[in-house]
Design a protein around this ligand. Structure first.
Ligand SMILES: C[S@@+](CC[C@H](N)C(=O)[O-])C[C@H]1O[C@@H](n2cnc3c(N)ncnc32)[C@H](O)[C@@H]1O
Length: 252
C-alpha cells in the first residue's frame, strides 16, 4: 500500500471543510505523509494524525513518499488522459504539490511528534468521542479489493466511536479506475442499523473520473457498545490520562 502525501488544500477540497469545521478537534486517519496536520497546526487547528507507519518509519516516511511521487511522475504523464485535472491543472503541478506536502510532513513530524500517533484500524488508541471530526482519505473503499467487508465495517464503527460529530471518507471508489466500492450500500445499511446514518455528498475535488463524492457518517447519536473483558487498544485505562487530550490544547 502506498503512503501518500496529500496537502491541506486537497483535504479541504476532498472533505468540503469549512472554517467552522476547522474550528474543531480533528483526527486524520490514516495520516500517511499528508501535510494536513502540519498546515492545520500553523493555522491553530487542533488536529492529530494516526497511522500504523508512525510506529516504524517516522523519520523516513516523508522521504519515502517524496521518492514515490518522483518515481510516479512519468506514469502520471503517460496516464494523464485517465485523470481529471480540474483541481491539479497538470502532472507537473501535481508532482510539485505532493513533493511540497511530503516535505512539510517531514518537518512537522520532527517538530511536533506528539501530533503523530501510531495506531491501526480497526482499533485506535483514543478514547470514545475524542474528536469532533474524523477525516479518512484513500484507505477504506480505495483498498476495497484487498480489505474485506468485515474489516471495513469494523473500521467504520471504530472511526464513528472516536468521533463526536462526523466521520468524512473520501473517495468511495476503488483505488484505480472508476469503480465504486461494491459493498458501499450494504455497509451503509449496517451502520444505519446500529445508529450511524450516513449520506453521500458531492465535493469540488475530482482526480479519479467520477470520484467526487465523500461519505459522511453522522455520529452524534451513536452509542458504541460497552466492551467487556480486559481493556483493548483505545480503551481508557484507570490512572492514565487520555493521550490525545493532554496532547491537545492545554487546559481543554
Ligand atoms: C494511500 S495512504 C493515504 C494517506 C493520506 N490519508 C493521504 O491521503 O495522503 C494510505 C495509508 O493508510 C495507512 N494504513 C494501512 N493500513 C492501515 C490501518 N489498518 N489503519 C490505519 N491506517 C492504515 C498506510 O500506512 C498509509 O499511510
Amino acid at each position: 500500500m502506498l503512503v501518500s502525501a496529500r496537502s491541506f488544500d486537497e483535504y479541504r477540497a476532498m472533505f468540503a471543510l469549512t472554517d467552522r469545521d476547522l474550528d474543531q478537534r480533528i483526527l486524520d486517519c490514516p495520516g500517511g505523509a499528508a501535510s494536513f496536520t502540519a498546515e492545520a497546526g500553523r493555522r491553530g487547528v487542533d488536529a492529530v494524525a494516526v497511522d500504523p507507519e508512525y510506529a516504524h518509519h517516522r523519520e523516513q516516511l516523508g522521504v519515502l513518499a517524496e521518492r514515490e511521487v518522483r518515481h510516479k511522475h512519468a506514469d502520471l504523464v503517460r496516464e494523464a488522459p485517465n485523470h481529471v485535472w480540474t483541481w491539479f491543472g497538470d502532472p507537473e503541478r501535481y508532482t510539485r504539490l505532493r513533493t511540497a506536502s511530503a516535505r512539510d510532513f517531514t518537518a512537522d513530524i520532527a517538530a511536533r511528534p506528539d501530533r503523530y500517533v501510531a495506531g491501526s484500524l480497526p482499533h485506535l488508541p483514543f478514547a470514545t468521542r475524542s474528536f469532533d471530526l474524523v477525516l479518512s482519505s484513500h484507505l477504506l473503499f480505495s483498498y476495497g479489493v484487498r480489505l474485506d467487508e468485515d474489516f471495513h465495517l469494523a473500521a467504520l464503527f471504530e472511526l464513528a466511536r472516536v468521533a463526536r460529530r462526523e466521520v468524512r471518507l473520501f473517495p468511495v471508489l476503488l483505488h484505480s479506475g472508476t469503480t465504486r466500492y461494491g459493498s458501499l450500500e450494504r455497509v451503509r445499511e449496517r451502520l444505519a442499523g446500529d445508529g450511524v446514518p450516513s449520506r453521500l455528498e458531492r465535493v469540488a475535488y475530482e482526480f479519479q473520473p467520477g470520484g467526487d463524492e465523500m461519505l459522511v457518517l453522522s455520529c452524534a447519536g451513536y452509542r458504541p457498545p460497552v466492551r467487556t473483558g480486559p481493556p483493548g487498544p483505545g480503551d481508557p485505562v484507570a490512572g492514565v490520562v487520555d493521550p490525545v487530550r493532554w496532547r491537545h490544547r492545554e487546559g481543554a
